[in-house]
Design a protein around this ligand. Sequence first.
Ligand code: SAH
Length: 261
Amino acid sequence: MIKAKKSLGQNFLVDKNIINKISNIIDIQNKTILEIGPGTGNLTSSLLQRNPKKFYVIEKDNSLSLILKKEFQEQIIIINDDILDINESTLSKEPLIVFGNLPYNISTEILCKWILNIKQDPWFEYLILMFQKEVADRIISKFNTKNYGRLSILANWRLDIEKICDVKANSFLPIPKVDSSVLFFRPKKRFLNLNDPKNLEKITRVFFMHRRKMIKKPYNQLFNGNNDIISKLKVNLNLRPQNLNFETYFNLTKEYEKLRS
Ligand code: SAH
């Protein structure tokens, strides 16, 4: 029996129904796969049965990497490293299909890293990722709802997002304190081009600093009280940050970039 390391967010998915469901979301035959944090390889072995062409895994835990090596031999390419230190875009020429029951302490950091570094042509075709349910709810939330914020705006800039299912805590070992959800992401074909996605991050950070306050103050702080942009984008400064839809935030960022260029 392998002792799970809490520091690495190790909760191994053991529910066969869920493992099957995740493996069957899309046809991966002849595709190149990247799995983040394969752990003991439960999802890995299920995915391998679907005949992918090539299979990369990134696993930080040294002892788990050795176990995976023994178990799967030449079937997978193991990168024994920290996902946050990897440049995924150099792994493969073909876009990857990414699976991951992510370590929850760094799941939003991983997603934000990918979105902020995304190029015109993304290095991935799909992302199929497990998050803590509360985090998944934030990612898929729409404007005028309480979970709406930086994470959903950032994710929705370049990605279409769909919830596949919720996953009960007892589907994992050891059993975590929270439920989870599986989300499916695919790059949008049409999106507003930004010079630097970090500007979108900045705009949303400043706007959502005070969720309950009117956006007048953050707007003026970022745009020096520029009235033309407000009327062009038809922004009402008496609204709260959660009342502006995705497009308004993307457009505000575009205007912000124009002002500084
Ligand atoms: N996917 C497995 C395990 C999920 S637990 C399963 O479903 O059974 C999260 C996994 O991510 C663990 O294997 C853990 O060792 C690994 N991990 C944690 N932090 C990581 C990091 N920074 N980079 C890569 N892997 C990490």
